[in-house]
Structure formats: C-alpha cells, structure tokens
Design a protein around this ligand. Structure first.
Ligand SMILES: Cc1ncc(COP(=O)(O)O)c(C=O)c1O
Length: 446
C-alpha cells in the first residue's frame, strides 16, 4: 500500500469511501495491497466485520480483488475514473512500447474521404422517433455474417463488442452469478465481470480455443454465461478451430440455462476462418466489432442472436442510451461498401500475420514456443513475470505482464506485434529469450 495514504473511517461506508477516494486520486495505485482485515480493524479501532464489509462492497463493485496469499489489492483497472497515468505506467523514455494491444494506426483505412462524403450528404436529420438500426447497415452486416457461417438471427447494433457483452451480461445475469471466461483472457472483460459483481470461472485456452474439459467444468460449476473469443483471442492469439467448434457445439447442444456469447472482435482482420458456436444453445449472441479493422474509435459492433436475447439488449438500449449514432452507422456502412477498404484490411491482416509469424519463428530459433495463431499479440510463457517485464524494460522493450489477463493460467508476457519492423525481430527475440530463460543466480543449485 502507498505509505502516503492513510485509510480512515469508523463505519464500513466511511472506510470503503476512503479507499475509493484513494483509488480515484491515484494515492492507492492499481495493484496496491491493502492491509489485512484484522490489522486495519485494529488500526481504526473498529471490528474486523466492519472492515470485511467495506472490502466486500468494493470487491463486489470490482474495485478490489482478493487473491489468496496475496491478500486484498486494488484491481489493475478499477472501474472508477482515475488519472489515466495511474492505470498504466508509461514506458521508459526511448523504449519501444509493445504493451498496448492496439492496431497499427498506419494500417487503418483513412476515414477522411468517407467522412467528407457523409458531410456532403444533406438528407433530413434523424429524429428520436425514427432512429435505430439502419436497415441498409443491417443488410450488409447480415450478408457478411452469413458468408462466415453465422446463423441468421435477430440483429442489433451496440457501441462496440465490450458494450454488447456488458448489455448481454446485464440483461441475463444478476450480481453473484458465475460467468465462464477464457483463462488467460481479455483484461477488460475480467474487469467488466468484476465491475458487474459477477463471478468469473476461468476456462483454460489452447491454440484452438477454450478447452472442452474446462468448459464442461465451468458448466458443472454453475456458469450462467460463457464468453468465447472466436479469433485473435487476447492475449494468446488462439482461434476456435473446426474440431474444437464441433466438440464445443456438442457439449453445449440444446442447453437452455446458458447464455453463449461469441466475440469476433478481429473480424476481417483475422486470417483464420471463423468456426462459430452460435446457435448451439437456446440463448446466444454473436458480436462482430469494427474496432480492429477500422480503428477502436468507431464504437460499433453488430450483435446477432436469438430473438429473446437480442430483444433484451435492444430494449434496454432503447430505454437508456437510445441507439448508436446513425452518423456512425452510415460511416461503417460506407467503409463496408468500399472495395478499396476491403483491400486495405486484407493487406493489414497480411502484414500482422507476417510480423506475428516472424516473431514466433525468431523465438523458435531460441527454443521458445510462444503462442499467436491469429491477431496482433504473441503470448510467451515466462517463469516470473515481474523479472521478465523488468529485464525487457531494461533492454528497451515495454510488454504487458500476463497477470492482467490471468486467473489461474501460468505466468507469461503479452507482446503486441502490430508495430514491429523486420529489424526488430532479432533483438526482440533475444531480449524475450533472456527474459524467459533468466541467467540463474551464481552459486550451487539447491
Ligand atoms: C477480445 C477482445 N474483444 C473485444 C475488443 C474490443 O472490442 P470493441 O472495441 O468493439 O469494444 C478487444 C480489444 O482489444 C479484444 O481484445
């Protein structure tokens, strides 16, 4: 815990408010350890039950996490507005930042011409009463999903894949319910699950997707929803293969008690074919985002699913935010309708594949097996994440510690390959090999 931050309060509400304020101001940094319940209770002169209640409330809201012998800590990205700098320490000056999981800006299609065309279109403005999903956009989206084997279903639009997942989980589950998530899995999803007061059940992942035994165990443990990343899984790059899809579909067949959510965030950027699970369960939703091919600032994803599931999401959106801006929908429609944009996305996908493949090959030459079947990240198992991240930082490379993405999975680091040059491969692979096989300390082995 920060030596500067004094926890205070005599009631659970005051103690939790003090901790939340410390997180907000940055005095309690992400990952900071809080005192054990008994120690803080003795410090504040209150009963341990009072402190336990305060911690419990913050845990249910996803601000704190309790991890066995590591005690209670601030979550890496708690859902309260903190200074962004507190969320992710900046890499050292001069270091190459491979920690962010962002697409390469230079490979995104330019939006200018399509925005100019939209600006020149002086049709009537959209009013509250006629806003909603643009039929033309729905038609193009359906055709694209149909071509990839996603079953026809009802369709709505959300403000991105994560917004869709939040709306789905919010509509189907209640705080305390269990959600099966990939382990390792996307850090934002783990944060969202915590912020919704849901319980994550980790499902081990290999290069072919979530492992069947892990999904079966999560179902047996009472998971009410399962979130699967179709391709470019973050952080491992895994993609659901045809065989895995078949086995998972057989396991899930006809289940009425489970909401199946598929996240195809990489969409056209993924060079591996899609093998959807959609339709295996009675409640299902398939999300396709435009963030990776067109840029994360276009907050839009298409959600298809069974009638009840989509009606819940669309209905909840209608009584809240209303709809996803029609201006944005028209922009995405224009991008999807332009063959030149398709070609740019195809080239971007090819370029990521080359960089990813280049790094995997360079690592293999050091005898290291890393993971990255698709997408913009490579996942490299290491014996100790802290020392690996530090050694890499000292060598001029910023990478993300695997702890952000793991529940019970083994330690690793995530390397974003989107901005790598060919010249980077040899020195980066050498630095990663050093981080993954640190020189043993001098002296006799024990
Ligand atoms: C697995 C996964 N899903 C979804 C997203 C983002 O989707 P969106 O921007 O549409 O919310 C990301 C972004 O990195 C991701 O890694």
């Amino acid at each position: 815990m920060s030596a500067r931050y004094q926890l205070s309060g005599t009631t659970a509400v005051e103690i939790s408010a003090g901790i939340e304020s410390g997180i907000r101001t940055g005095a309690l940094a992400p990952g900071a350890a809080l005192p054990p319940v008994r120690a803080l209770a003795a410090d504040l002169g209150v009963s341990p039950a009072t402190v336990a209640r305060a911690y419990q409330e913050l845990r249910q809201r996803g601000l704190l996490v309790t991890a066995g012998r590591h005690g209670t800590r601030v979550r890496p990205r708690p859902p309260v507005a903190a200074r962004r700098s507190a969320l992710r320490p900046p890499p050292l000056p001069g270091a190459r930042d491979l920690s962010r999981g962002e697409p390469d800006r230079r490979l995104l299609p330019p939006l200018g011409p399509h925005l100019a065309a939209l600006a020149a279109d002086t049709g009537p403005s959209v009013s509250y009463s006629d806003a909603g999903v643009l039929p033309e956009l729905a038609e193009v989206a359906r055709a694209r999903l149909h071509a990839d084997g996603v079953p026809a279903g009802e369709l709505t639009i959300t403000g991105g894949a994560l917004d869709g997942i939040e709306r789905l989980l919010g509509a189907h589950l209640r705080p305390g319910d269990a959600v099966a998530v990939e382990d390792p899995g996307w850090a934002n999803l783990l944060d969202l699950v915590a912020a919704l007061g849901l319980r994550p059940i980790g499902v081990p992942v290999d290069d072919e997707g979530p492992m069947v035994a892990g999904v079966a165990a999560a179902l047996a443990a009472g998971a009410r929803a399962l979130v699967v990343t179709s391709r470019a899984q973050n952080p491992t790059g895994s993609a659901v293969s045809a065989e895995r899809a078949e086995a998972l579909r057989a396991l899930l067949a006809g289940r009425r008690d489970l909401l199946l959510i598929e996240d195809d965030h990489a969409a056209e950027l993924a060079r591996v074919p899609l093998h959807p699970l959609a339709g295996a369960t009675a409640s299902w939703a398939f999300l396709r985002s435009v963030s990776k091919p067109f840029g994360p600032d276009l907050r839009l994803a298409v959600l298809v699913g069974d009638e009840t599931t989509v009606a819940r999401v669309a209905g909840r959106t209608r009584v809240g935010a209303g709809w996803v801006s029609t201006v944005l929908q028209r922009l995405v429609l224009a991008l999807w309708s332009d063959p030149a944009v398709d070609e740019l996305v195809r080239r971007a996908a090819q370029s990521y594949e080359q960089r990813r493949g280049g790094l995997l090959t360079a690592l293999a030459e050091h005898g290291l097996r890393a993971h990255g079947r698709s997408g913009i990240n490579v996942w490299l198992p290491v014996p100790d994440e802290t020392s690996a991240v530090t050694a890499l930082r000292d060598a001029g490379w910023a990478v993300a510690p695997g702890a952000l993405y793991r529940i019970a999975a083994a330690p690793a680091v995530r390397v974003t390959i989107s901005s790598l040059h060919t010249d980077d491969l040899t020195p980066l692979a050498a630095a990663l090999a050093h981080a993954a096989n640190p020189t043993p300390p001098p002296g006799f082995p024990t």
